[in-house]
Design a protein around this ligand. Structure first.
Ligand code: ZN
Length: 116
């Protein structure tokens, strides 16, 4: 399935080739919203063929997998996952498989609000 419009996909590929350089986009960039343990930012390269809005939700600590989270981090994750769902903040909560990820070593989820 193609998730980005042609122009967005080209921008994304250009970013991967010219700017990305293996750095961590979650540790490098400021969050739109910061909780105690988690951050939220807009995806600069949204899945704009399906998404009206596309956010990324990630732990503030640079951890690779769910197994490395503390109980407190997991509790906050569960709390906001449920709260935001109830508030209709997103339609899809996605964790991509490793081969689909450009940011492989910092756990993150895609929150997608679909077009009506
Ligand atoms: Zn990181």
């Amino acid at each position: 399935m193609i998730l980005r419009e042609k122009e967005s996909e080209e921008k994304y590929q250009k970013f991967l080739k010219e700017e990305y350089n293996g750095k961590c986009i979650f540790c490098d960039k400021k969050s739109l919203l910061t909780l105690k343990h988690w951050g939220l930012k807009k995806n600069d390269f949204p899945y704009d063929r399906i998404a009206k809005e596309h956010y990324l939700f990630y732990p503030l600590r640079h951890v690779d997998t769910l197994n490395e989270l503390t109980m407190e981090e997991i509790e906050e994750l569960e709390f906001f996952k449920n709260e935001w769902n109830r508030d209709d903040f997103y339609d899809m909560w996605i964790e991509n498989s490793t081969n689909k990820q450009s940011q492989k070593h910092h756990l993150h989820y895609h929150l997608i609000k679909l077009y009506e």
